[in-house]
Design a protein around this ligand. Sequence first.
Ligand code: FAD
Ligand code: NAI
Length: 475
Amino acid sequence: MSKNFDVVVIGGGPGGYIAAIRAAQLGFNTACIDEWKNEKGGPAPGGTCTNVGCIPSKALLQSSEHYEHASHGFAEHGIEVKGLGLNLEKMLGRKNTVVKQNNDGILYLFKKNKVSFFHGRGSFVKGDANGYEIKVAGAAEETITAKHVIVATGSNARALPGAEFDEKLILSNTGALSITEVPKKLGVIGAGVIGLEMGSVWRRLGAEVTVLEALPTFLGAVDEQIAKEAQKLLTKQGLAVNLGVKIGAIKAGKNSVSVEYTDAKGDAHTGEFDKLIVSIGRTPNTIGLNPEGVGLKLDERGFIAVDGDCKTNLPNVWAVGDVVRGPMLAHKAEEEGVAVAERIAGQHGHVNFNTIPWVIYTSPEIAWVGKTEQQLKAEGVQYKAGTFPFLANGRARALGDTSGMVKFLADAKTDEILGVHIVGPMASELISEAVVAMEFRASSEDIARICHAHPSLSEATKEAALAVDKRALNF
Ligand code: FAD
Ligand code: NAI
């Protein structure tokens, strides 16, 4: 195997493995180094996303939703379930199988695209515009060289000071995805994306979940109207979300964790939990990379400093994904990975930050793209809004899931779509239409004129677009 490469990618998460595949497609002799190990010590490429993020969380969200339907939802359809049981071991086993299928899929894709894979930790040794030496510390140690380096080393869960993760009682996302017995009382610190998704999983499986959030508003980055609706729906399901709390001492005992906190009124409480998930954001990961060895610049928060094109301060060194600025999302990492490979090839790689969709996979799902109403107000943009509730959508009624709405925000003068916000069934799929529309700079009238299949949830999207012009037909 050649040890001299045109492109070496450090990190095999969605940013890294996709960058490596695209670079190989473009004709570069490419290697990808990833250190993630499966439980047998073998390679498990795919990063946080595949191993302890997007994929296993969605597997458990699906399983727990089936369980909730079987225990509460089916009766309404005339389906009687007797003797319902939960085999958590099997559920976790299925999740692990789904993860492994994805790990194996990536190894297959590397072979198919002739990407050389190195299992181990990659670190900079030395280099300049003529090339870089990178040490790979795996089962053996070796050094490879690269003309271009793409760093995609991802992120780690942020711990609360004084409450380090032990993954037994105080859990990051890693532990939260592998609890072997449904906790009676589960505490969650942080009502962000992970807190709501993992809180939903364990609530559906029977835990009493208390979420403690520092900010006074629920999902502050989400359109206010949508966030309010989501808060109402999730609270009704039994997720106890406490806003405006201040966390004090956290003490792990033998079998439980106590959390001291004051609520929004300033009253003091102590929560006793069987498990505590801490999901208060993530920090960029450059552990073991040796950026200082080659003078690779980090910013004041520890992210690798890059320009709009993902170029670092070093010639021919690029960085993508969670380890650089911008939203920590798998599809954002992938887009950057593709764009960088294309830039290395002298092409015009492109990432449109205005049209990166967000999805929170609660039930109902929350999805959005573009600006929120509060952002447009703050920017002084004149806009029109149109909303349509799923309550008035025939397919949603047939599904038995009529919660939520679709909301369009369009420029008051030009009618260009500025943002689309959804809380409701299959919002993760529905948002794609809005992303396409915004990428093509469509107007709300464009969507309103397009024929949508009946009966489908996507008709709610069309109706919300019609509502911008106050001409919804079914509401
Ligand atoms: P990572 O996926 O973190 O991959 C980095 C890889 O680099 C890892 O394999 C790591 O082991 C390896 N590495 C690091 N340093 C070195 C080194 N020196 N040498 C060799 N290898 C190294 N995003 C979504 O878009 N949708 C979701 O539904 C979603 N769900 C999530 C759920 C959870 C619980 C979590 C925690 C995250 C979720 N995310 C989701 C976020 C998503 O996982 C990240 O945005 C994404 O994984 C970032 O990709 P990346 O390639 O930048 O980094
Ligand atoms: P987050 O940024 O989404 O939420 C963290 C929450 O914790 C915020 O609401 C914040 O106000 C709160 N918080 C911070 N410090 C606190 C404190 N001391 N006490 C109480 N609350 C505190 O981060 P999270 O949930 O950890 O997820 C990390 C990232 O992973 C997400 O931002 C997202 O980028 C990615 N992710 C994406 C998913 C998706 O796309 N569906 C799913 C899960 C994670």
